[in-house]
Design a protein around this ligand. Structure first.
Ligand SMILES: [Zn+2]
Ligand SMILES: [Zn+2]
Ligand SMILES: [Zn+2]
Ligand SMILES: [Zn+2]
Ligand SMILES: [Zn+2]
Length: 240
């Protein structure tokens, strides 16, 4: 959360140390923290050639950390490149440990929506499936070359190679556009199972579990159902 206003910035941070200065404690993110926005022009890092931009809290505009817009060759070669290009500094933000491991978070950032089962994905229109993550598009963005990906998926491509994975054309945060109408249509028309009716297979995919919640609803009604779902508590008990 942000120290100034206490707003929750993200729930997918990992702790890290700045290699150049081991006293600077950081929280790193694989996807842009929801609660921050970029501010100001890119500048060069004090200790290397990386180009960075400041991130500030969306609510109160207080400083949170930075985003590595372009990693320098030195950093790409020497650091373990874990695909984390977003950082919050402990002097600006507070962090609470969560029990989830980063590998349990959904690749495209759709943890709030929750996972979908294979049966649902089979019924979805092929152009609603993201070519990067093979999941139903989550907060879709369109590239200037006309390709559509989840916000989390396209964000990783911008941070990594800066090119559309389909045709290699250059993409950046300024030339992609949020497909609001498509997103709302997907949420309105896709029929899904309750999250407490799914179980995860060894390969990471989800199936509908006969002993779980049998409820089926449109995606835009799912969160509301989860609030009142009678399978919610039993599932949370067995988790912990
Ligand atoms: Zn660097
Ligand atoms: Zn704030
Ligand atoms: Zn995706
Ligand atoms: Zn493209
Ligand atoms: Zn349910």
């Amino acid at each position: 959360g942000n120290e100034s206003c206490g707003v929750l910035l993200s729930d997918r941070g990992s702790s890290a140390l700045l290699l150049a200065d081991l006293d600077v404690r950081l929280i790193s993110f694989d996807l842009p923290p929801e609660g921050v926005r970029l501010q100001g022009e890119p500048f060069q890092c004090e200790t290397c050639e990386c180009m960075e931009r400041k991130t500030v809290c969306k609510e109160c505009s207080s400083e949170c950390g930075y985003h590595v817009v372009k990693a320098c060759d030195g950093c790409l070669l020497t650091e373990e490149d874990n695909g984390h290009y977003w950082f919050c500094l402990h002097r600006f933000v507070t962090a609470e440990p969560i029990t989830k491991l980063l590998c349990d978070l959904l690749y495209n950032g759709s943890d709030e929506r929750g996972p979908l089962c294979a049966e649902t994905l089979e019924k979805v229109k092929p152009d609603w499936i993201c070519l990067i993550c093979s999941d139903l598009l989550y907060r879709p963005y369109q590239t200037p070359c006309g390709h559509i990906f989840c916000s989390g998926c396209i964000s990783r491509e911008i941070d990594g190679r800066g090119r559309c994975p389909v045709d290699r054309l250059p993409i950046n945060r300024e030339n992609i556009s949020f497909m609001k109408e498509l997103y709302e249509q997907i949420e309105r028309e896709t029929e899904v199972h309750c999250v407490f009716g799914l179980s995860q297979e060894d390969d990471g995919t989800f199936i509908h579990c006969p002993t779980g919640c049998p409820a089926v609803m449109k995606l835009n009604a799912r969160a509301e159902h989860h609030q009142i779902c009678s399978f919610r508590n039993s599932s949370e008990d067995s988790d912990g």
